[in-house]
Design a protein around this ligand. Structure first.
Ligand code: FAD
Length: 276
C-alpha cells in the first residue's frame, strides 16, 4: 500500500472522452494501490482561468500601478489569495504526485489548464529566484503529463511535419514542472487517439493502469541541477567547468542547453536518454 497522495488535474469538456476515461482509470488504479486521490476536474469546476486583480483579497499595495506578480507574492505571504486559488494550492501541497490529463491543443495544454498553472502555481508558492529548478519548492514531489493528440507519432518525429515531440514537451516539462522543482516522470502520450482501433485504446488503458502500479518508483527525466549554473538572479549561466566536462559528449546536455550540439534523442520522453 503506497500511503501517498496524487492530484489529477483534468481538462476535458466531455465525460465520454478518452481523456475522461484516462482520468477514471488513473483514479481507480491508484486508489486500488493505496493512494489517496484528489481530483481537479477543471471544466466540471468551471475553474476560472483568467488572471486578474480579483486573485487577491484585501487592498493591493500599489493600486494605481498594479503589478500582478508582485501583488500575488505579497498576497500569498499574507494569506490573501482568492479562495479558489488557496483550495487548489492545498491540494498541490498534499500531493506527492501531480498528473496533468489533457488533450494536446495547439502544441500545449488547453487554455483552462494553462490558467490553472498560471493562477495556482504562483510566485512564492511554486517558484522564486531563490528556489529555482532542482531547488524548487516541489523538489520532493513528482509530476507527469498524460495527454492525447490528434496527430500520429510520425508527424511529431524529428522529420515529421510538426517536428520533434521532445521540443514541444520542453517548455511544459522544463519550463513549468522542473522550474517548480517537480521530478518529471516520463509523459504518457496517446497519439492519434481518435484514429486508432477501439481495441488499441482498451490496451492503452490497461497498460497505463499497469504502469501506475509502480509509478512512484520510476526514474525521473534528467535535467541539469541548479548547481550547474552560476550568477545572480537574471544571470544563471552554465558553469564553464560543467560545459568543459561535457565537451566530448556527442549530444547536448538538454534540449534547451543545446550548446550548438545535436539534441539528445527522446530526452523528454525517456528517463534514460543517450548522452554520448
Ligand atoms: C483547439 C484544438 C487544438 C488542437 N491542437 C492539436 C495539436 O496541436 N496537436 C495535435 O496532435 N492535436 C491537436 N488537437 C486534437 C486533439 O488533441 C484531439 O482531438 C484530442 O487529443 C482527442 O482526445 P479526446 O479525449 O478528446 O478524444 P475523444 O475523441 O473524446 O476520444 C477518442 C476515442 O476514444 C473513445 N473512448 C472514450 N472512452 C473510451 C474508453 N473507456 N475505452 C476506449 N475508448 C474510449 C471515444 O469514444 C472516441 O472514439 C487539437 C484539437 C483542438 C480542439
Amino acid at each position: 500500500m503506497s500511503g501517498k497522495t496524487a492530484l489529477i488535474v483534468l481538462a476535458h469538456q466531455e465525460r465520454t472522452s478518452f481523456n475522461y476515461a484516462m482520468k477514471e482509470a488513473t483514479q481507480a488504479a491508484l486508489q486500488k494501490n493505496g493512494w489517496t486521490v484528489l481530483v481537479s476536474d477543471l471544466y466540471e469546476m468551471k475553474f476560472n482561468s483568467v488572471l486578474s486583480r480579483d486573485d487577491i483579497t484585501g487592498s493591493p499595495k500599489e493600486p494605481s500601478e498594479f503589478k500582478y506578480g508582485a501583488e500575488v507574492l505579497i498576497a500569498w505571504q499574507e494569506g490573501r489569495l482568492a479562495d479558489d486559488i488557496k483550495e487548489e494550492q492545498k491540494k498541490v501541497e498534499k500531493a506527492d504526485l501531480v498528473i496533468f490529463q489533457f488533450p494536446l491543443y495547439w502544441c500545449g495544454m488547453p487554455a483552462l489548464m494553462k490558467g490553472w498553472v498560471e493562477r495556482v502555481l504562483c510566485i512564492g508558492f511554486a517558484c522564486s529566484y531563490e528556489t529555482l529548478y532542482s531547488e524548487g519548492p516541489f523538489k520532493n514531489k513528482k509530476a507527469l503529463l498524460s495527454f492525447t493528440t490528434g496527430d500520429p507519432s510520425s508527424m511529431n518525429s524529428p522529420n515529421g511535419i510538426n517536428g520533434d515531440i521532445n521540443i514541444i514537451l520542453w517548455p511544459l516539462q522544463n519550463g513549468i514542472l522542473n522550474f517548480c522543482g517537480f521530478k518529471v516522470l516520463e509523459p504518457q502520450i496517446t497519439f492519434a487517439v481518435a484514429h486508432i482501433p477501439q481495441e488499441a485504446r482498451v490496451e492503452i488503458l490497461k497498460n497505463w493502469e499497469k504502469r501506475l502500479k509502480t509509478i512512484w518508483d520510476e526514474k525521473p527525466i534528467r535535467y541539469l541541477p541548479t548547481q550547474d549554473f552560476e550568477g545572480e538572479a537574471g544571470g544563471f549561466l552554465l558553469k564553464k567547468e560543467v560545459e568543459e566536462a561535457r565537451s566530448d559528449d556527442k549530444y547536448s546536455p538538454t534540449i534547451g542547453q543545446h550548446l550548438g550540439k545535436a539534441l539528445p534523442p527522446d530526452s523528454q520522453v525517456k528517463a534514460d536518454c543517450a548522452r554520448s
